[in-house]
Design a protein around this ligand. Structure first.
Ligand code: FES
Length: 139
């Protein structure tokens, strides 16, 4: 019985790395920005979970990122990691983090059925950037 418990624990640890568990238990950048330059909420139709990403943009780069939402451990950890990874990143097409890089940063065995959980925050971030209106410079 003890062996079974240890095996179950080993399996869980492979599915959920220490990095993933740490970001789930202690999410970074959780909350709202006082006046975000852009924000977008994504919804996972498979489970009903939601993640909202808010960004502050300065000189065409992400100066601050926050998130709020309800989601599973994978989703919350991915949102937390994402808000750290995109700081200072230019908001140009192709400059944002790729699906593969975000998945790799979770260091976990994300099954195809849970891909949407992991990528939901990134989809919200991409929509934030897409709807962001550059401030008009006065002449
Ligand atoms: Fe809902 Fe993962 S189960 S986001």
């Amino acid at each position: 019985m003890e062996n079974e418990n240890e095996n179950a624990m080993d399996r869980r640890q492979k599915l959920y790395s220490d990095t993933l568990l740490d970001h789930f238990r202690n999410p970074r950048n959780y909350g709202s920005l006082p006046s975000p330059d852009t924000a977008y909420e994504e919804f996972n139709p498979l489970c009903g979970d939601r993640v909202r990403i808010e960004l502050k943009i300065s000189d065409n780069r992400i100066a601050a990122a926050r998130f709020v939402g309800d989601g599973c451990a994978i989703c919350i950890a991915a949102a937390s990691l994402l808000t750290e990874l995109v700081l200072g990143v230019e908001i140009a097409p192709g400059a944002l983090i790729s699906d593969e890089d975000l998945l790799a940063s979770l260091k976990s065995d994300i099954k195809p059925s849970r891909m949407k959980c992991a990528l939901l925050p990134l989809y919200a971030l991409r929509s934030c950037v897409k709807i962001y209106k550059q401030p008009q410079t006065s002449r």
